[in-house]
Write a protein that binds this ligand. Sequence first.
Ligand SMILES: [Zn+2]
Length: 635
Amino acid sequence: MKNAIATVAMLLALATGRGLTIHALEPQDATKSPVQYRVSFRQAANHRVDIEVSVPTDGASSLRLMMPVWTPGSYLVREYARQIESISAHNAITNTSLKLNKVDKNHWIVETAGAEEVTLRYVLYGREMGVRTNWIESDFAFLTGAATFITREDALDRPHIVRLDALPQWPQIATSLPAHDPHNPWTRVANNYDTLVDSPIVLGDIDVQSMNIGSAQHHLATLGTDQLWDTRKAMKDAAKIIELEQKFWGDIPYNDYWFLNLATESGGGLEHDNSCVLMTSRWAQKQRSKYIDWLALVSHEFFHAWNVRRLRPKVLNTYDYNAEQYTRELWIAEGLTSYYDELFVVRAGLSTPKEYLERISKQIQSVQTTPGRTVQSLEESSFDTWIKFYRPDENAANSRISYYGKGALVGLILDAEIRTRTANQKSLDDCMRTLWQRHRGTGYENQDFINIVSETTGTPMQEWFAKMLASTDEMRFGPFLDCYGLRWKPKDGDKNKDGEKKPPEGEVDTGDAPAATAAIVGIELVNQSGKGMIEKVSRHGAASAAGIQAGDELIGWDGYRVTPENWSERLGLYKVGATVNALVTRRGKLLEIPVELNANPTESWNLVRVDTPTPEQEARWKSWLQIEEIAAIAK
Ligand SMILES: [Zn+2]
């Protein structure tokens, strides 16, 4: 891909000679004249960016212009056009105004009046810190393609050239877009609009660490750490993960890859073909667990260079920038990527097997204590991401399950299932590689993946997947524990009053977690200017049974004042079985509500290894975490 871009860039560079005007292109290329942007940051202190885009008309009397409503990888209609403050169209040569008609929320039609080229000028506001939005300020700018660039809707396949008028205090630029002219880093070229949307741009004071791994260059471009990061160490650690993931997939589908690492005290990541955006804290490297979080994020986003970027659910093979694209496969795209992210950190020797078990225990705990797991299936979670996962409300945990969280656990259990069924000859790794080899560039559906797993294990898997994907039945962890020789470790005092492990409701098998009781009422209290506002009420908690609602303000407990600060401590003084009067206000009215602190099971899902694993369990444990390879890396 890089070669193709370089050819276009070289052609254009030869043809232009000056500035951004490309009139000297060969006649046969005229129909492919590029779309060209000039991006100015003179209003950066006010979070605004001035954009001028020159659009060839090819003799058309009118042009339809478009700005995406969402960006790939983040499945929510974000209405990027809402940040446009002013917009106008002009003849590029004479600068006379042209009629510009907005026809819907993200489209405009410009009457060209015979102009060869139209210049569109618009001002964009950008102050949303996140991996799929824009942030513009005096210190730096982060531009997301879909949130920034209006284009001619029927010219998406053309080169799009971006000239950035960076501020003097921004010495560097980091993006996977190649330079249009090798001597000028500030003008970049994308060989089509998809690539432009897929190539975020960072401008500012950026530390760049580069390393050749496999046959490709990798760059860690870090911004905003105030020298609190050892970025050379970060690059070296990331390199261990990069190398393993390259070997995992078997080939390297890029030449040059950028990790855009922004220490903005925010979080999250977003994948692209040749880069990814990571948001983190300037303190993240100072604390081991936070640094492992960051390494898992690196691992996750880089894994996406294959899974979801070049190997996609069929529906997403061609992007529709105007509307939602519904898919039942995000548990593969995101869930299995989430399963592998932590796994590659431990396989790279960057976390210990003990830490790995602790971290996946937390993931299991999170999914298994979400009431929504019994309401929404994994396929539904994927399909409805546009209206549910990305739009959480106070009822989300009661009615939904994340395709990241549950999807990762399906990966965990499935991997064990494949290893057990094949006497440890095959694993989920083999299935992922087959999926890549067969469906790279063409897309897959759930059934394709199920077929591959059935082939790999030599056993029918349809029913297994039906239960995991389409039903809300509880996941069975027993086979997973048996596979590697693991068990649940009860917390101290984690027993009911008879001293026995009490299984949670539902079907019991050897994999069920121990349960205990605790005086919890099932509310999430947030401090709003000193007021204890009840933000969420768990459907299975005592508060819900008593009639306490989200939005109530908790002011009294058992006749005494409670505050957000003392609430947890006060609650801890009460025993299960007691009935306590809660005083709340609801829409200005005082209500006294008796709450019975009934036996509210708190399950603990802490994984530990059994004392004496069988030789088979030991072998599967070692091949799962690649223990021998870890030892080799450490040498
Ligand atoms: Zn992801």
